[in-house]
Design a protein around this ligand. Structure first.
Ligand SMILES: C[S@@+](CC[C@H](N)C(=O)[O-])C[C@H]1O[C@@H](n2cnc3c(N)ncnc32)[C@H](O)[C@@H]1O
Length: 153
């Protein structure tokens, strides 16, 4: 994103992550979890655009509550994959995004667990249903892209 989208000199990105991994990482890969924050820092450094990045270490459930309202053009949701967490991210993020802005959900098509409540899809579908009159779905495949309507019904 820093290399190809946030190319304007005034562009900024806020990244929220506790760097503790998600449920599926903690089950399978302790080394991966240990290295998360260092790899994030190294990847950001490689872009040469670290000054555009505000790193917020903590859960989205906590951090999204303290970010400015109507301030973001894009909200990209790819943290915890538990359905209720994905729904909570969308709800907490809703007022942070400007009218006409974009919300992107990752992993709509991915099954991390046999229990559907442990996968993003149920949370994304709940958001799409409840916000049906306030959004326009512009892409629905492995990821889902949603535009926040300027003038919702
Ligand atoms: C699949 S990784 C994706 C990371 C990043 N979006 C990317 O594409 O590189 C999921 C990330 O979500 C983070 N995570 C897990 N639970 C979270 C939560 N409650 N709030 C914020 N981030 C969370 C994990 O630490 C992990 O880094």
């Amino acid at each position: 994103m820093l290399d190809h989208i946030l190319t304007h000199e005034a562009a900024k990105v806020t990244c929220v992550d506790p760097f503790q991994g998600s449920a599926e990482h903690r089950r399978f890969d302790a080394d991966y979890v240990q290295s998360l924050e260092a790899r994030f820092d190294a990847n950001i450094a490689k872009t040469g655009a670290a000054q555009k990045v505000q790193k917020q270490v903590g859960t989205s459930q906590e951090k999204l509550r303290s970010l400015p309202l109507n301030a973001y053009d894009l909200l990209y949701i790819d943290g915890s994959h538990i359905a209720s967490d994905v729904l909570e991210d969308a709800l907490l993020g809703w007022r942070l995004v400007k009218a006409g802005g974009l919300i992107i959900f990752d992993d709509y098509g991915f099954s991390f667990d046999q229990n559907t409540q442990h996968n993003p899809k149920a949370g994304i579908d709940a958001f799409l249903t409840i916000f049906r009159d306030k959004i326009k779905i512009t892409h629905k495949s492995y990821q889902v892209f949603v535009e926040k309507l300027t003038d919702p019904a």
